[in-house]
Design a protein around this ligand. Structure first.
Ligand SMILES: CC(C)(COP(=O)(O)OP(=O)(O)OC[C@H]1O[C@@H](n2cnc3c(N)ncnc32)[C@H](O)[C@@H]1OP(=O)(O)O)[C@@H](O)C(=O)NCCC(=O)NCCS
Length: 281
């Protein structure tokens, strides 16, 4: 196999990448739609074999020293030859040279090639997330109340051991206390208890639907929060509630009791430290 060359993407790469990503999934792909945004932000790399562009990957530098790897695609005829590993490894070196302290990525748990690449590069599973959904329903949700921005922020900052994450159109990002306060200012943070011991953060979304971004609490509290979310769908003229949440026993069993369905195929969020990556020569 000829040498794999990884380099920063150029405008002229858009066409070859569009051609090999047009049918990545049954529904297509989103890479072409975000191409300009990714080019402008930096951190977009392509892989070439014999002068032909055969792969693409993006790394975005985020607050808190996080480098998020996404959009890895290799042209179907070139998969399994080490292109994915070479591109991702170069993206990590670049992120590290830019000062990132850790890297994350997410993949469907049945995507074995993507998991192989992540694991070979030293990533380990940080958490599993699952898709939850429920139709709207007028429900009684005793004890649920709006949270103030300060209360919302304190629920995120309390150390639970696992990095809180939320789903953001094709990627997962860290949920910060500032994000939580913003949901409360917008009127989309509900809690149980005083001081609050459980919370749900959500937002009105297209469809119209209600997208639930983060839930914390034991089974009983998560159940009333789930009922509240289903009622909120009615208040917001939405048909249903849906979202991706961490596969936490209490939260997921509580939501099931509130009538939520939980998709069995989950996503894995991987993480690795970047302090051990060598800088580019
Ligand atoms: C995921 C993807 C980017 C990986 O790129 P790649 O060039 O094929 O990756 P590599 O050749 O570096 O490594 C692939 C690994 O998966 C393994 N693999 C391939 N098919 C596999 C399968 N069906 N089951 C298990 N392992 C498999 C390969 O053997 C290789 O592992 P190894 O190096 O230990 O032998 C590429 O397959 C792709 O474009 N897939 C479709 C889009 C996609 O899923 N993107 C990732 C979204 S998170």
């Amino acid at each position: 196999m000829p040498e794999i060359k990884v380099r920063p993407a150029r405008n002229s790469d858009r066409r070859p990448v569009a051609e090999f990503t047009a049918r990545t999934w049954v529904w297509g792909d989103y890479i072409s739609s975000v191409w300009r945004r990714w080019m402008d932000a930096g951190g977009l790399f392509v892989a070439e074999i014999g002068g032909k562009v055969v792969g693409v990957v993006r790394v975005s530098l985020r607050a808190g020293g996080e480098a998020y790897i996404q959009g890895a695609r290799v042209a179907p005829g070139f998969r399994g030859a080490g292109v994915g590993r070479a591109m991702t490894s170069e993206a990590l070196r670049w992120a590290s040279s830019m000062g990132a302290g850790f890297a994350t990525l997410a993949t469907s748990e049945d995507n074995l090639p993507a998991r192989r690449v992540a694991e070979a590069l030293g990533f380990r599973v940080e958490q599993r997330v699952v898709r939850v959904s429920a139709p709207r329903k007028r429900c009684r949700a005793p004890g649920v109340r709006p949270l103030s921005p300060g209360e919302a922020a304190s629920l995120i900052s309390s150390p639970s051991g696992v990095r809180p994450v939320k789903f953001d159109e094709y990627s997962w990002s860290t949920m910060t206390p500032e994000d939580a306060a913003r949901y409360a200012e917008e009127g989309f943070a509900a809690g149980v208890g005083d001081p609050p011991r459980a919370a749900a953060f959500y937002q009105p979304w297209e469809g119209p639907t209600v997208m639930v971004d983060f839930v914390s609490g034991d089974r009983a509290d998560s159940e009333v929060l789930g009922l509240h979310l289903r009622s909120e769908a009615i208040s917001l003229s939405a048909g249903r509630v849906w979202g991706y949440l961490r596969d936490d026993d209490g939260v997921i069993s509580g939501l099931r009791r509130a009538g939520f369905r939980v998709r069995s195929r989950g996503y894995l969020i991987y993480r690795r430290d970047l302090r051990t990556v060598a800088s580019p020569a």
